[in-house]
Design a protein around this ligand. Sequence first.
Ligand code: GLA
Length: 373
Amino acid sequence: MRKLVYLAIAAMVFTACGSEKNSKEVQPGIKKALWGQKDNKQVDLYTLTNKNGIEVKISNYGGTVTAWIVPDKNGNKANILLGFDSLSGYMAPPPYFGALIGRYGNRIANGKFVLDKKQYQLATNNGKNHLHGGLKGFDKVVWDAVVVSDSVPSLILTYISKDGEEGYPGNLKVTVQYTLTENDELKIEYNAETDKATPVNLTQHNYYNLTGDPSNSILNHSLWIDADQYTPVDSGLIPTGEIKSVKSSPFDFTTATKIGARIDSVKGGYDHNWVLNRKDSSLQLVAAVTDSVSGRKLEVFTTEPGLQFYSGNFLDGSLKTSSGKPINQHTGLCLETQHFPNSPNQPNFPSTILLPGQKYHSVTKYKFSLNKN
Ligand code: GLA
């Protein structure tokens, strides 16, 4: 009898913790729950679980990663991302929390560029500039989703961005595959093809807080970036075109340094593109962030030439977590792998133009681990 009561209590607790109703296992390690409706399309929330019990929740709305649940050094699990439990949280909308970003990650000055002697005007949504794909970027559309679970759980998202969308030329077919590996990596693989020349620069906008509690700041996290140079910006956060050494500046993270140590001498906080040290475009370890209190560590591997480190400067407490706590400045940090901002207007930056017949391919992995000592 006592055993039955325990079982009943355990079942109730379990049900209460499972935030999504109608959650069904659709493949080994993948659950799917109806999350809502947007643009007359069904929005679902997928939970990917690996053999170590690590969980990642991803919606086909914006390809948004809403949660990444991992233990700390004492085995206590928490979500290391800023995000919301319900789709309504994303309708406000928050500043790209967990979302896929495209067609062009970061800014294009004045929303203008010239390609094949023709000038294009993109939607401007950040003062006079174009940011993260415009008014309705890839973060605000409903993607088609397919789950795959050969040996590890994976979600394949597809979106067709129409010729002229947000001002961009060409129909662009984009596929993004999220995989949760057995090594506790969130792997993101991007593929795209176009029928007209167009700029493409895809990225992902998770905000990490390794303490697992969004009321803590990330200023005590330690950051290492394998970059001897960065791209300085003007007052509108557009790169000036200069590629500058990080030496003797607050941008030098070539040895792991606390984010808060020098942030006061960076006007507005960190929101810059680092020029990664690399010889080729192979998948390479480029950055790591650690929180000594929880023991949590996150490493970034990418094929991209740049990394936008953004220290959550514009978070101002006006957004609230699902439990009602304000999301304050510097309570999340982003490590966005990318080509450099405003490349279509900077001939000295690596090109971001995709031509018909070419295949855009880019891979980034975020690897979670624990420092137990
Ligand atoms: C990027 C940009 C920032 C900001 C955030 C979203 O990281 O570089 O300036 O726009 O996205 O708030």
